[in-house]
Every structure is written in C-alpha cells, then in structure tokens.
Design a protein around this ligand. Structure first.
Ligand SMILES: [Zn+2]
Length: 88
C-alpha cells in the first residue's frame, strides 16, 4: 500500500505546485497544502511514486539518515576509460 519507505535511495527536490490540493506528508502523516513551500520526494527516483513532504520533515529525516540520496548509496562508477586502463 505505502511503499514510500521501500526504496534504496531518494531524489529530493523543491516542489513547485500551483494546484490548490492538499497532500499527506509521508513522513509525519499530517496534511500539507500544495501551495505552501515544500519538497517532492521520489523513492528510487521514480516519478510515479513521488510524494509531497514538508520541508522540515525532509530535513529531519535527512539528519536521521532516513532519506539517503542516490549519490550516497551508489557512488559514481568509474568511467569507461579508468576501467579500460585498469585491465591487463
Ligand atoms: Zn511532514
């Protein structure tokens, strides 16, 4: 049902919504007016699973290590040139 927490990493970005909707923050479960300043959180970078979250909740979760970003989980792979040069 709620697979928000089932992700290896997240993409976090500021939300820019003009819709007068109300969302439920996945981090505190409280309501979030879309027109207030908040964040978009994409589990595994998947836009279809994106959730609107309070900025303060995102900051708190980040500090608690609960919203790892992709670059923290998957450090950039070596480039093809480095791999080529390592061979042989
Ligand atoms: Zn919240």
């Amino acid at each position: 049902m709620d697979d928000f927490r089932r992700a290896r990493w997240y993409v976090v970005r500021p939300a820019a919504s003009r819709k007068p909707a109300t969302y439920t923050c996945p981090l505190c479960r409280r309501q979030l007016p879309a027109l207030s300043q908040h964040m978009l959180v994409l589990p595994d970078g998947d836009g279809a699973r994106r959730r609107h979250a309070h900025t303060a909740c995102v900051m708190k979760a980040r500090q608690a290590g609960r919203l790892p970003l992709r670059e923290e989980v998957e450090p950039r792979r070596r480039g093809w040139l480095a791999r080529l040069l390592r061979r042989g």
